[in-house]
Design a protein around this ligand. Structure first.
Ligand code: ZN
Length: 303
């Protein structure tokens, strides 16, 4: 596992890297003039007591960013700032006991076999208690300012994903990553066209043209506009591949994901693959390049 590390990354910002048990194996939090951006998963040792933290800002509600928020607030006494929409989703997902069942039945509606959906339920219940988000944070949205940082709404990776911009420096969460393409998935009770949202957020990033983005995973992004353009191209290619895989006969998002992402995948990755396939299908529907239908309790797509 990656060790906890502290690095000065420039712009007066310290990067605190915490280990993750899965995925990219690490997550970065950033500390700038007393503002701590993101809090890690909250498992294992955390250094917050040894640092001067006056306020905590959350980019989005995914476990590796918000899971340690309650603990960080407890240890520092600092108030937490989180997006309004993001906090609503955070509560719905991590604060309710039946979310695993709700998400599993939604995946079944999209053709995911029962045994994979059931595994999601078990995993969800095992995982949720460890995610200790801060209850009742100060809610912020587009136009808010937190300690001189301008709050930007950059939906896509999460519906309520925020960025924090000051003097050309963007604390970007998982909006823009250097080496991996941030997951853009469709989920229940979320905005209907996350990929459309994301492409617009990428265009906005190009317009804003920050000098540097400090991401939640991986190294700082020195040319954010170029990276945003690459990601737009990546999704255009994925949209074309998704469109090409459609047939005249109706198929579920799960079936289409098997063609696009191969088989087999472990359940967690299969879930991401299905959610990612669905976000592309929904964008194609909106562009008139695919058709959605629902019958017999299943959602299907055709060319
Ligand atoms: Zn992340």
């Amino acid at each position: 596992m990656i060790e906890q590390t502290f690095v000065s990354v420039g712009d007066g910002i310290r990067r605190v890297t915490l280990p993750l048990p899965t995925g990219p194996r690490h997550v970065h939090c950033y500390l700038a003039d007393g503002t701590l951006f993101d809090t890690g998963l909250g498992l294992g040792d955390v250094p917050w007591r040894d640092l001067t933290v006056e306020r905590i800002a959350i980019t989005h509600f995914h476990p590796d960013h918000v899971g340690g928020a309650a603990l960080a607030a407890e240890l520092t006494g600092a108030p937490v700032f989180q997006g309004g929409l993001d906090y609503a989703q955070c509560e719905r997902v991590w604060g309710s006991s039946d979310w695993p069942e709700r998400i599993a039945s939604w995946f079944r509606l999209h053709g995911v076999p029962v045994e994979i959906a059931d595994e999601l339920v078990a995993e969800g219940h095992a995982f949720a208690p460890f995610i200790r988000f801060a209850e009742g944070p100060n809610l912020v949205d587009e136009g808010s300012v937190v300690a001189g940082w301008h709050v930007l709404e950059l939906p896509g990776h999460a519906d309520g994903h925020l960025g924090f911009l000051r003097d050309g420096v963007l604390i970007g969460g998982d909006h823009l990553l250097g080496r991996i393409s941030p997951a853009i998935g469709l989920y229940p009770e979320s905005r209907p066209d996350p990929l459309g949202d994301y492409l617009a957020s990428l265009e906005r990033t190009i317009e804003l043209a920050p000098d540097v983005v400090y991401p939640g995973h991986g190294e700082p992004i020195a040319d954010p506009s170029a990276r945003a353009r690459e990601l737009i191209e990546h999704h255009r290619a994925r949209l074309a591949a998704t469109e090409a895989s459609l047939r005249p006969e109706p198929e579920t998002g799960y079936e289409i994901s098997l063609q696009l992402f191969g088989d087999p995948l472990p359940p967690t990755q299969r879930r991401f693959a299905v959610a990612e396939t669905l976000s592309h299908l929904e964008r194609l529907v909106r562009e008139g390049r695919a058709r959605r239908a629902g019958a017999d309790g299943a959602v299907t797509y055709t060319a």
